[in-house]
Design a protein around this ligand. Structure first.
Ligand code: ADP
Ligand code: ZN
Length: 525
């Protein structure tokens, strides 16, 4: 009797086992593989490490012809191809690192139908010569890896990716699967448009990292705060500390070493040898803390990183998610810890204002910064805010972030906000937070007297609160767009501030900003 024809699912599982030696697909992989193997398009959103590669590798083997993988990560192609060849897959790559002879060899293998998978850099794919070849070759599917690169809204837009609309145009009947680990709603819309994926099923895995605890604190003495945090919770653990500048990387690393923490600096100013050395030590030693600029972490896969600390604001929430995502890859608890303060907000806002980028790019960056600040100032579950940004809804508060664990009380801060805003207005909208705080607190500094600000009606109206409170309030006013940061860190009231000043609007803020919590008395003993 003839065996029943096997279904796509059975063939997929068989291939997974016989080629990779794995017993089962993970989560949505099986659905994606079936969809693409049967000739459908798909959009795949899966966090890093989720298993995107098999989603196109298995269908490429199941379908006749070669799977074309478009990837911007030229540096990784050789490794990917080598490991495929090790399991017996006929794989090759086409990019600028090949000799002309190497290119010819790959091209003839392509035409002859002797390849299962071909990795291609986008600029190579777009060459008329390559596109012509592909029209003559048997193509099983197109996989567009790092597909968020098609979007200007995404954090690593690549112009060549923007040209990939040639795929649906010239090869409408060949299935396309777009894959990415980062995509908010706008990036997703761009991927659908450029890659012609409207109506295709979208496979979206959760971006939640439940084992990570998210925490944000007001910056007071960042180095001491960091040391206290490490000593209290992560003594002897491996961790990454992100700073904005090389200088603060060096300073922080040096200071941690002096305090007895095993720490190393890492930034682009070091020689390649020093950087490799730092990476090797981090990967191979236990309990090393790397203090780094964002240059550190790309392609670093150390499962037992226990914390990621930010001493300066990250660039965006996507950046923050990726950087903090390097903690707890082993599934055990990890901490995503950040301190931020008024000066950070003022600095990034000013840099944005002064940047020479075209207006539409500036608008995008401003919106991204707002999203990040919303996260920092959140009085609701941070995980909910973070996941909402990636288009995901968490049904309830997570119970594993600082807001859930220690809910801030919210209260009406309209009066205090009016005081702070009028201090800015009455001093001419050009002084920084330190001076405004002096005015609010009624301090007769030299500068206050020289400017005659001790004679203002606002002078000393804020005596009921302390300096830290006013700093926190000014930070929130900048974050929320009531104050704008100008030259020399000068703060000026914005159009948005008018309604608040006139009393037409009220403002609810986190209470600890208004009155720092007194030390807990009489608890537990
Ligand atoms: P991504 O591209 O999403 O970052 P990868 O495709 O590189 O993730 O997969 C991450 C790791 O998980 C790889 O080591 C891969 O072999 C492994 N993996 C993926 N799917 C499976 C599976 N179904 N069974 C076992 N291991 C898997
Ligand atoms: Zn929470």
């Amino acid at each position: 009797t003839a065996a029943a024809p096997s279904t796509t699912d059975q063939r997929a599982l068989q291939t997974l086992k016989s080629v990779w030696g794995y017993d089962a697909f993970r989560g949505v992989q099986a659905n994606i593989v079936r969809t693409v193997a049967e000739g459908g398009n798909a959009l795949v959103l899966m966090p890093t490490g989720g298993g995107k590669s098999l989603c196109y590798q298995v269908p490429s083997l199941l379908r006749p012809g070669v799977g074309i993988v478009v990837s911007p990560l030229i540096a990784l192609m050789k490794d990917q191809v080598d490991s495929l060849r090790q399991v017996g897959v006929r794989a090759a790559f086409l990019n600028s690192t090949l000799s002309p002879e190497g290119v010819r060899e790959v091209e003839s293998a392509l035409i002859a139908g002797n390849l299962d998978l071909l990795y291609v850099a986008p600029e190579r794919l777009l060459l008329p010569r390559t596109l012509d070849l592909l029209e003559r070759a048997p193509v099983a599917l197109f996989a567009i890896d790092e597909a968020h690169c098609v979007s200007q809204w995404g954090h690593d837009f690549r112009p060549e990716y923007g040209q990939l609309h040639v795929l649906p145009e010239r090869f409408p009947h060949i299935p396309r699967v777009a894959l990415t680990a980062t995509a908010d709603e706008r990036t997703r819309a761009d991927m659908l448009r450029v890659l012609g994926l409207h109506g295709a099923p979208q496979f979206i895995s959760s971006f939640d990292r439940p084992n990570l605890q998210y925490r944000v604190m007001q910056k007071e003495g960042p180095k001491t705060q960091l040391l206290d945090f490490i000593r209290a919770e992560h003594e002897g653990d491996a961790g990454i500390v992100y700073c904005l500048s090389r200088k603060s990387v060096e300073e922080t690393a040096g200071w941690l070493q002096a305090q007895g923490v095993d720490a190393l600096p890492y930034h682009a100013g070091l020689s390649p040898r020093e950087r490799n050395h730092a990476q090797d030590r981090f990967l191979n030693e236990e309990g090393l803390v790397v203090v780094a600029t964002v240059a550190f972490g790309m392609g670093i896969d150390k499962p037992n990183v226990r914390f990621v600390a930010h001493l300066d604001l990250p660039k965006s929430l996507e950046g923050y998610y990726q950087e903090t995502g390097r903690a707890g890859r082993d599934g055990l608890p990890g901490t995503a810890w950040m301190v931020y303060g008024l000066a950070d907000v003022v600095n990034v806002k000013r840099m944005l204002d002064q940047s020479l980028a075209p207006p539409d790019v500036k608008r995008i960056e401003a919106a991204k910064l707002d999203a990040l600040l919303t996260y920092c100032e959140a009085a609701t579950c941070r995980r909910q805010v973070l996941l909402a940004y990636f288009g995901e809804t968490l049904p309830g508060p997570c119970g594993n972030c600082d807001v859930c664990l220690n809910p801030p009380r919210v209260r009406d801060a309209t009066r205090e906000a009016q005081m702070a805003l009028s201090a800015a207005v009455r001093t001419g909208n050009r002084f920084g937070a330190a001076h405004l705080t002096d005015v609010l607190l009624g301090r007769e500094t030299e500068k206050v007297r020289a400017m005659g600000h001790h004679q203002l009606p606002t002078f000393g109206v804020g005596k009921a609160h302390d300096e830290k409170t006013w700093r926190g309030l000014l930070r929130q006013l900048v974050s929320l767009g009531y104050l704008a940061a100008g030259e020399h860190h000068g703060l000026s009231a914005t159009a948005k501030a008018r309604a608040l000043l006139k009393g037409e609007e009220t403002l609810q803020l986190r209470e600890e900003t208004l009155a720092p919590k007194p030390a807990r008395v009489g608890r537990d003993r």
